[in-house]
Ligand binder design. Structure first.
Ligand SMILES: C[S@@+](CC[C@H](N)C(=O)[O-])C[C@H]1O[C@@H](n2cnc3c(N)ncnc32)[C@H](O)[C@@H]1O
Length: 203
């Protein structure tokens, strides 16, 4: 199967929600990775803690199919949902049902004319605030300083909803606390790239 390197998240095709809402069995905490790609991170989380439901949100439908096939084959409690996360969080989840959100290595969109394609913006932060329960955790990771800083700005602007666990406008300096790695995180560590991390708690 051919998997596209990138898609333009601003294309009108992504306006409407075309994915399937995930089943969220009662009593199982919900963890969400926004921009999950192959969902390596979520499959590893599921192996560590199988009592939760892991939902990957992804704009490339080819990857959604790959993740869901792997979940079916292995029986892992992982499900991928085809969506444009900034637009569709509220159609995927009821308010306050999400316990943890991961944003691992969002696309950097380096060219200035593509800056508005970056995923972590006010719309995404507002969407996360709506679906996260009080006390929910948010982890953002990037190996690109400008992307990490942009993401921090987006969350700090909404400090009535999100408390920075390292203190206002501060990066988290104690590593990834969850003991599993995304594909991109593994690559960054193996090639010695710096990783900028930010952690928040939903107020
Ligand atoms: C650089 S990859 C990182 C993948 C994975 N999180 C990791 O750390 O290995 C970013 C992913 O986010 C997806 N993505 C980008 N914009 C998105 C959006 N608006 N909604 C959902 N997924 C998006 C991309 O298709 C891509 O798979």
């Amino acid at each position: 199967m051919r998997i596209r390197q990138h898609v333009n998240p601003l294309a009108t095709f992504y306006e409407a929600f075309r994915g399937e809402r995930p089943a969220l069995p009662a009593g199982r905490p919900v963890e969400v990775e926004i921009g999950c790609a192959d969902a390596q991170f979520l499959f590893e989380r599921a192996a560590v803690d199988p009592g939760r439901t892991y939902v990957g949100l992804e704009i490339r439908d080819e990857l959604v199919a790959v993740v869901n096939k792997r979940a079916r084959t292995t029986g892992a409690p992982v499900v991928a949902v085809f969506c444009q996360a900034q637009k569709h969080l509220g159609q995927i989840f009821a308010p306050g049902v999400v316990d943890r959100v991961y944003i691992n290595f969002p696309d950097p969109w380096f060219k200035r004319r593509h800056a508005d394609r970056r995923m972590v913006d006010d719309a995404l932060v507002v969407g996360i605030a709506a679906v996260a329960r009080a006390g929910a955790e948010v982890l953002v990771q990037s190996d690109v300083w400008e992307v990490a800083l942009d993401a921090m700005e987006a969350f700090e602007r909404r400090d009535e909803w999100f408390v920075n666990l390292a203190g206002p406008w501060s990066f988290w300096r104690h590593g990834n606390p969850y003991g599993v790695r995304s594909w991109r995180e593994q690559h960054a560590e193996e090639t010695g790239l710096p990783i900028w991390r930010i952690r928040y708690r939903r107020a």
